[in-house]
Design a protein around this ligand. Sequence first.
Ligand SMILES: [Zn+2]
Length: 409
Amino acid sequence: MRDNIGDVIGSIWSSTDVSQNLNYICDTIGSRPAGSESAHLAGEYIKKKLEEYGLETHTHRFEHPCWEKEIAEFFLDKKSLAAIPFHFSKSEDLSGECYILDNPSEKSFERASFQGKILLATPTKQRHGGMSRKDMFKKAVEGGAIGFIQMSSTLGGVLETGSIGNDFTEIPALSCSYETGKLIDRMQKRGKGAITLSIKGKKVNKSSYNIIGDLYGKSDNMVISGAHYDTWDIGPGAFDNGTGISTVLGLAETISKSPILDSLPNSLRFIFFSGEELGILGSEAYVKDYIDSDKTPNVSLMCNYDCTNIKGGVRGAFTSNSIPMHNHIVDFVESRGFDIKMSLRPPHGTDAVHFAHRKIPTFGLAQFTAPSYMHTAFDTPDKVDISGLKNSTAIAGAILVDVITQQIV
Ligand SMILES: [Zn+2]
């Protein structure tokens, strides 16, 4: 009997495309914010690769709001400092004093009194416990803050970008470096450090495209493998999510060349989503247009690949909506000795969320470490370990082939 899983792992390890795709997307194209010309180029590149691998492709267009920055100035006692307004920050000119909230938590917010002040939040880990930016911002507004500043968790003048919501925020919101946050803290303790900021931006409508490639199986029962290809404007997004793009292209390349294609039990769909960074918009539009409308009603599994490798990172996989599938994958991973920590938990802040809300079983593979440089200018391919990326892709491929050939989904 053929060892389909061994073939898939071998084929991913011998692929030169896994690293070339990452480098092309990040170095040649670079940052690719949803709705931009460079996002369009990245989408075209992905589509061309899928066609080269023999997949049938099409694009799914969706419209979405976007925020365009016009003015962003930030002063500490008249000294200009670097800062990035959060996407959809309220447009306002503002002066005031900061209230510095250390280690933001539900409890520290209860004790804090920052009415009429600008709330400056020290770092919190967003993906692993701690309060999310959105939660902190909400508490800041509820407590009467006139502005919101989040300082970076990464040392060395690193600025992080991001969003709070899909429309204008109630108070102006921006991010500054760790060092600027600490400088404000020291100055305010000496009775100085007045903040002045000026933010102006406008709301525009953009068109973005999800790129779709199909391999047809014996039934129209469909397994989706997805990754978002958009980034923020300031960096090339190697870890987030050049690695996921490489993984999903690697899966498409490998399975399209594998003998299992002749007797593929399920149809496999590979989707590259746009608009993830702006609030998982591409997958939301996809689920609405394809699943809610019954265009492709039989989706039995959605596998999501967001941040599949970073040097020094810990590899984890998350499943939701199917305990039998979870238990099967745990046994399979153990029997193969794969280096991956499995957990049963719903997806959060990534494209699988909308599928999980439709009760579709989801599987996600990711790797995290600190500092990750995600959403900064320094999220570059040198942070990625190519062997580790191939390993993540090989594990993803082995699990995918196992669950479809064993008819688990
Ligand atoms: Zn991402």
